[in-house]
Design a protein around this ligand. Sequence first.
Ligand code: PMP
Length: 360
Amino acid sequence: MTIYNFCAGPAMLPVDVMQQAQNELLDWQGLGRSVMEISHRSKEYIDLAEQAEQDLRDLLAIPDNYKVLFAHGGGRGQFAAVPMNLQGRGKTAAFLTTGSWSQDAFDEANKYLSSNLVAKTEHKDGLSVVPSITAEMINQDAAYFHYCSNETVDGIEVNTIPETGNVPIVVDMSSNILSKQLDVSKFGVIYAGAQKNIGPSGLAVVIVRDDLLDSAMAETPSFMKYQTIAKFNSMYNTPPTYSWYLAGLVFKWLKAQGGLEKIAVVNSQKAELLYQCIDESDFYINKVHPDFRSKMNVTFHLPNTDLDSVFLEQAEAIGLVALKGHRKVGGMRASIYNAMPLEGVITLTNFMQEFARRHK
Ligand code: PMP
C-alpha cells in the first residue's frame, strides 16, 4: 500500500531524495564514511554547502546583496533572532498577525523590543480575511514589519506583499517557501524552518539583506547573530550538517522538477482539487476566504466532530496518514507541500467524496 503522508511538519520529503540519501548513507562520495561523519571544514563538505547555497540562490533568484544563512534553531529560533538582530534599528516592530505562528512571533519579539500590532485576521461571514497593509498604517520609525506568509495551523496564506514604505519587511515563510516564485528584493529578511519544503527540522534558512546585518543588540548570542553567521559562512559553530546535505538534495530535486515556476503549477492543481472537493461536498467546511486559502495546508471540518475519529481511522486504513488538524483548531488538515505528488491528493479527494456519501 502506498502511504501518503499529509503531516504539517516534519513533512514528507521527495521519495527520490530519500532514496539517494539511503544509497549514500554509509559511503558518501567514495569516502567510505557517511556525510554526517565528516568534518564541516573538509573540502568535500564545503563544496556541498556552497553548492546547496548556489542552488537555493538559483531557485529563488536571490540578488547579490543578500546573504543566505543556514542557521540552527528552526522557525522559533528566528522568532527570537529577528528582534535581537534588528533591535538597533528602532524601539518598536510592526506586526500583522494572521494566525497562531505570527502571534507567537509577535509575543517573542515583544521581549526584545515593543511589538506593535498593525492589523490582524478578521472574520467576515464566518470566513477568515487578511486585511491589506499600506505604508500609512505603519510607524515609519519601526525597526521592521513582520508577517507570516503562510499560517500552517490555520491554513491562511498571504499572497500580496504588504506595502510598508521604508520599513523593511521580515517574513516567516516556514511553510510556503519554495512553493512558488518570489521577488526576494521586496524583503529585508526571509526566514524559514526547514521541515516543510526544505529538509529535516532544526535547520532554518535565513535570507538577509546586507544593510540589515549590522543592527544586532549587544547581547545577541554569537551563534544567532546574522553578522557572525555570515562572516563564518554559516559555520561559526558546527552546522546541522546532515540537514544541510538533505536540503541540498531537495534543492537539486526542485531544479530537476523545472524550478519554482513548474512546482507552483502542480501546487495550484493540488490545492484546487482539494478545495473543489470541499466546496462541492455540502459536507466539508473550510473557514478561510478563498483569497487567503493556503495552497500548502488545507484545513477543513466535518459537519460533526463525532465523525473525526472515524474519518481519520478510515483514511489511515488506506494509507492516507497525518490528516488530523492542529489541536488549536481541530478538524482536519492536509499538508500538501512540494513533495506531495498529485496522486496523493487525488487519492485523498476520492476518499473524501466516498466518506461524505456514506456519512451525509
Ligand atoms: N513558523 C511557522 C509558519 C511554522 O509552521 C512553524 C512550525 N510548524 C514555526 C514557525 C516554528 O518552527 P520550529 O518548530 O522549527 O521552531
